[in-house]
Design a protein around this ligand. Structure first.
Ligand code: ADP
Length: 302
């Protein structure tokens, strides 16, 4: 627990990359144990940079990050590694070892907790195996423990990644676009697993997510980032059109890619286009697809 009682505490965080680009400007944020926070914003807004600072992968230019009792900013390399063992990181592309079994992939979450030699030889104690098995049970995949990771569907792979993060016995989980490679149905079930496990195990969770509909459906709280600044921080019910315009800087294409069809229709109506708002919204979706076909294919647009 940090001094102010939260699990993750970020104060006045600023990141300037060597090329002079200011990716984060004075970002402050607290996340409590068991709180499920979705971070939204346009591509390039600074969402991944924020997560990388929280788990110590990136050293900020200014500001402080405290996770539980560790001040990440200013920590030694040893302290940072110790912290990284307690912070689960979930990636868009799962990062599993394809040729290994589901169980061995999940046991990788124990690597940082064990002496390196037995770990290198994939020798894990009975206790480690029990922890890994329980994590697999939490995401309903215990029956696939001995199956090779490359034989799983995309949704199952991401649930294995969640189980691996849980096996770390984390205080916090950070997920960077965890469902961007999945179809809408699988995205829904993976977000359900992520939220349920976070709440049940009281893990502070920050999820960078493209799809506003999913953020609204699952988040306790939504944080909107634009140009490296937090421009919205509140419950999903408060994320109105005005807030969305701030987060997406009024870009119809960005709103379309985030799945905000209603906002588009309104915007098209405001523009008083001859063919009617629905047609204009669809035209914008088509234009957005041309700009970012991957995002469209991943189901970011409903
Ligand atoms: P998001 O996750 O919201 O898409 P990022 O945090 O990845 O955005 O990036 C924020 C901004 O910082 C982007 O403009 C990106 O191009 C830039 N950026 C990220 N990493 C570097 C780097 N190593 N050097 C320079 N600029 C970077």
């Amino acid at each position: 627990m940090t001094k102010n009682g939260s699990c993750i505490s970020v104060r006045d965080l600023r990141v300037v990359f060597p090329n002079g680009h200011e990716a984060l400007r004075s970002v402050s944020l607290d996340v409590g144990a068991g709180e499920f926070v979705c971070v939204i914003g346009r591509s390039g807004a600074g969402k991944s940079t924020l997560l990388r600072c929280i788990n110590g992968l990136l050293r900020p230019t200014d500001g402080t990050v405290v996770v539980e009792d560790t001040t990440v900013t200013g920590a030694s390399a040893v302290e940072r590694r110790r912290l990284q063992r307690r912070v689960g990181f979930i990636f868009q592309e799962f990062n599993l070892v394809d040729r290994l079994s589901v169980m061995k992939n999940v046991l990788a979450g124990r690597l940082g907790h064990r002496p390196w030699l037995p770990s290198m030889l994939y020798y894990f104690s009975r206790e480690d195996r029990e922890i890994a098995f329980r994590s697999l049970e939490r995401v309903n995949l215990a029956h696939k423990a001995q199956q090779r990771a490359d034989s799983l569907s995309g949704g199952e792979k991401q649930r294995v990644a969640i189980a691996r993060a849980l096996t770390q016995n984390p205080v916090a989980v950070l997920a960077d676009e965890p469902v961007a490679s999945l179809d809408p149905e699988l995205s829904w079930s993976v977000m359900s697993d992520l939220r349920r496990t976070a709440v049940e195990t009281k893990i502070a969770t920050l999820v960078n997510i493209h799809d506003i509909n999913l953020a609204r459906a699952f988040a306790d709280r939504i944080v909107g980032v634009a140009d490296g600044t937090i421009v919205f921080d509140g419950p999903p019910g408060d994320l109105d059109e005005e807030a969305l315009t701030r987060v997406y800087k009024g870009s119809a294409a960005a709103l379309a890619l985030a799945g905000v069809r209603s906002a588009l229709r309104q915007q098209a109506a405001d523009d008083d286009l001859a063919d009617g708002p629905a047609r204009a919204a669809d035209d914008t979706l088509t234009a957005a697809a041309a700009q970012d076909p991957d995002a469209m294919a991943s189901g970011a647009v409903r």
